[in-house]
Design a protein around this ligand. Structure first.
Ligand code: N2P
Length: 345
């Protein structure tokens, strides 16, 4: 064969091989916003060659709606405990292969045996947190101990809250002595008047970054995720205080889980085990200072980080975890949307 022909053939063979080569592997992660550090995603890609597409959401309900619509295919999602429970009832989660998760041992005993997934067979705790009140003590001088102290006419237009109907409804219920397990049509009707008083007072609804409005002085107090409060305390411990509402405090446990139909199940396991490594998990805590369920990672935190009262509340506060409330969730959404629309907020 003439050299040129040989060259052409070699080039053709190379092109054919390239066409057959598997596409670079990827992982489709659908998770809460401001929760997974870019440094962690990059570290995983560098080590494994697996590219991570990180799509974000701001509530469990938003995630569920998108997942159930089938509009996109995800390999990993990040539901809170009550949403793990709901997804399991619908048989939407894949059983995890614990043999591929040797670092699961780092998760503390208090995260095992819980009703949504007692054996961590379908979900792996990622971060835990509370929902509480942040007060700018330079602006608000009187004591704030509970929701009823926040939602007062004198604080009108000085309040930020999570843009999360279930959260908002359970705060109002707590002021009427009703727990988060008591979300029924009847009780929703009972708290409608409370919401009608509260929501016109709110200036900002923000589940992604409620700290921003507090930090730049747009508002003076708010009801936010504990990790957001912890960041504010790190910024200025004199100015910001975190209060666990006396009427009842919500404790959430956010988890990683693989939805049925995931296309990259192996990559999903590799990612879960990667973030369970203490030295990786601690990076998550440093950027997003929630309560880390990974006890080995906790050991790597500085004494100052462990002393942040929003990340690791002192004492033994009474915390309530949500359970799946079933179809009444639609009514929760409707109630808050309705009252918001009438409040002009
Ligand atoms: C992260 C918010 C996670 C807390 N930005 C909600 N479960």
């Amino acid at each position: 064969m003439r050299p040129l022909a040989r060259l052409v053939l070699a080039a053709l063979a190379l092109a054919a091989a390239a066409g057959r080569a598997p596409a670079a592997e990827e992982l489709n992660l659908f998770a809460w916003s401001e929760y997974v550090p870019q440094e962690v995603l990059d570290g995983f890609t560098k080590e494994t060659g697996i590219r991570v597409n990180y799509e974000t959401y701001a509530s469990n309900e938003e995630m569920l709606a998108k997942l159930m619509s089938g509009a996109a295919s995800y390999d990993l999602i990040q539901p809170s405990e009550y949403t793990v429970e709901a997804l399991r009832k619908e048989d939407r989660l894949l059983k995890l292969d614990h043999a591929k998760l040797p670092n699961l041992k780092n998760i503390g005993p208090e995260y095992r045996g819980l009703p949504h997934d007692p054996g961590l067979d379908y979900s792996v705790p990622y971060m835990q947190g509370t929902v509480g009140i942040v007060v700018n003590t330079e602006k608000v001088k009187e004591p704030i101990a509970g929701y009823a102290d926040v939602f007062q006419p004198k604080h009108k237009n000085r309040i930020v809250v999570l843009d999360d109907p279930l959260e908002i409804v359970t705060w109002a219920m707590a002021t009427r002595g009703l727990g988060p397990d008591e979300v029924t049509r009847e009780n929703l009707a009972k708290v409608r008047p409370v919401l009608e008083q509260w929501l016109p007072l709110v200036k900002v609804y923000d589940s992604d970054s409620p700290k921003t409005a507090l930090l730049n002085g747009d508002v003076d107090l708010g009801v936010v995720w504990s990790g957001e409060a912890a960041i504010l305390i790190n910024e200025d411990a004199k100015r910001f205080r975190y209060v666990l509402p006396k009427e009842g405090t919500h404790r959430f446990i956010d988890n990683l889980a693989v939805p049925k139909g995931a296309k990259h199940v192996e990559a999903a396991h590799r990612f879960v085990d990667y973030v369970l490594r203490p030295e990786v998990s601690v990076k998550i805590s440093k950027e997003f200072p929630y309560t880390n369920p990974n006890l080995e990672a906790r050991k790597l935190l500085s004494p100052q980080e462990r002393a942040n009262p929003a990340s690791y509340p002192p004492g033994d506060p009474k915390l309530q975890t949500f359970r799946d409330i079933g179809p009444v969730a639609v009514q929760v959404d409707k109630l808050v949307t309705d009252v918001k629309a009438k409040s002009g907020t």
